[in-house]
Design a protein around this ligand. Structure first.
Ligand SMILES: Cc1cc2nc3c(=O)[nH]c(=O)nc-3n(C[C@H](O)[C@H](O)[C@H](O)COP(=O)(O)OP(=O)(O)OC[C@H]3O[C@@H](n4cnc5c(N)ncnc54)[C@H](O)[C@@H]3O)c2cc1C
Length: 400
């Protein structure tokens, strides 16, 4: 059996960021990453909006806020060092109705508390100087927001990890994870590997991995598909950079927006519809066992009872392009259905507790030599190097 100091399960950007930071801190670490797919960043890390978040949304003091701010600077440094495409182009958050104004002010307060610089209030005229086609009654300009190539960053991280002696085995799903008399062991269809410490960074599968050592885990991942449209090239001029609505505090991840992509093009979306499978990227994909698992989870049933109206609205926008376009027109009245063509989709891993609460912050379960990253929601891509240092700091004491 091959033996390592650390095995990381999952080569998304959190697993890769953790491996990178560990090898920087302790170059002699014998490290293995096991990834079930044939490429790194196949799921959330390679199918997201490509935004470098500034930290304006998050509750001051929480892990999200802290790691987003430190991770932001570390990400910029990484991108500059290794030539990863990025652009700090700024974004505007646009209030279109008076009832959104207090929420926009709350965002401003959070931004200031989280140490954001150069936040600017905009009246409608000032908004249109930045985004000539936008409609709204007040805007907040967040100059620190940017866009980046996360798949490119993930590939670079993988390259650096391998250069430093780390191994990455692709196409090896971990099917069993146990503690043994000599540490921990994981099994894949290709073999069994032992390590002093195991870190799971399984994204959409995080609860399944955590349940291998914590069968009573009071949390399940509920998958929400986010669908994007692309603006046809002739209408790219409608969007200069990033235009966002004011988020609903109950569902900060809801609200379709416009994002200029770092390699060109403009995306609109994503919505958030319950996915009938953890990797059900197409509307018609249906995984019976996984759908049953979601519906049977008491926490999900509580969420569905409470928020069925919101969920229904998202379904409507998923099946009706006209409804999707109407949501976009609140921000950009000139946009028409024929300006949009179907784009890709990502699936968000939403951690849901048995009591029906949705876990908002990062949630890392540490039990001696096994560390499970159970919830790494947005802005985990922005924050990956900072979360990586944080998790690395939890691992190092086990190696000394
Ligand atoms: C639609 C969408 C838009 C987003 N936009 C942004 C954004 O603009 N900016 C931002 O900062 N964040 C964004 N996020 C959030 C961000 O993408 C995620 O928080 C981040 O990518 C999580 O990384 P991860 O490594 O934890 O998970 P993942 O990228 O999902 O990686 C988990 C990996 O584990 C592997 N795995 C799972 N089970 C096993 C197993 N048993 N054996 C081996 N391997 C396994 C999977 O194959 C996968 O590669 C967005 C997310 C979504 C879904």
């Amino acid at each position: 059996m091959s033996r390592y100091d650390v095995i990381i399960v999952g080569a998304g950007i959190v697993g890769l960021g953790t491996a990178h930071r560990l090898l920087e801190a302790r170059p002699s670490t014998r490290l293995l990453i096991l990834e079930k797919e044939s490429t790194v960043a196949s799921h959330q890390s390679g199918r997201n909006s490509g935004v470098i978040h500034s930290g304006i949304y998050y509750k001051p003091g929480g892990l999200k806020a802290q790691n987003c701010r430190t991770g932001y600077l570390q990400l910029l440094d990484f991108c500059r060092t290794y030539g990863i495409a990025h652009d700090i182009c700024g974004k505007i958050i646009v209030a279109t109705r008076p009832d959104e104004l207090p929420r926009l002010e709350e965002l401003h307060r959070r931004g200031v508390a989280n140490g954001l610089m150069n936040l600017q209030w905009l009246d409608p005229v000032q908004m249109r100087e930045i985004e000539p086609n936008v409609a709204g009654i007040r805007g907040l300009r967040v100059t620190e927001t940017g866009i980046v190539d996360y798949p490119g960053m993930s590939l670079k991280l993988a390259e650096l990890i391998q250069q430093r002696g780390g191994q990455i085995r692709l196409g090896e799903p971990v099917i069993n994870l146990i503690r043994s008399s000599h540490g921990c062991e994981v099994t894949t269809p290709q073999g069994t590997y032992a390590a002093r410490t195991i870190v799971t960074c399984g994204g959409l599968q995080s609860d399944r991995l955590a349940r291998q050592t914590h069968p009573q885990l009071p949390m399940r991942i509920v998958p929400f598909r986010g669908e994007y449209f692309k603006l046809v090239p002739e209408r790219h001029y409608l969007v200069k950079n990033l235009i966002y609505p004011v988020p609903d505090p109950a569902f900060p991840f809801l609200g379709v927006h416009f994002t200029r992509m770092v390699h060109g093009g403009v995306e609109a979306g994503p919505n958030a519809v319950l996915a009938f499978g953890r990797e059900a990227y197409r509307k018609t994909d249906f995984n019976l066992a996984e759908t049953y698992e979601t519906l049977a989870w008491p926490g999900f049933r509580k969420v569905a009872t409470k928020y069925w109206r919101t969920g229904f609205g998202e379904f409507r926008r998923s099946w009706s392009k006209a409804a999707f376009v109407r949501a976009l027109q609140r921000l950009l009245p000139a946009i028409q259905s024929e300006d949009l063509v179907t784009g890709g989709a990502g699936i968000r891993a939403q951690a849901c507790l048995r009591d029906g609460s949705l876990v908002d912050d990062f949630y890392i379960l540490e039990d001696r030599d096994v560390i499970h990253v159970c919830n790494a929601p947005s802005p985990a891509a922005t924050a990956c190097l900072s979360i990586g240092s944080h998790i690395g700091g939890m691992v190092l004491p086990h190696l000394n």
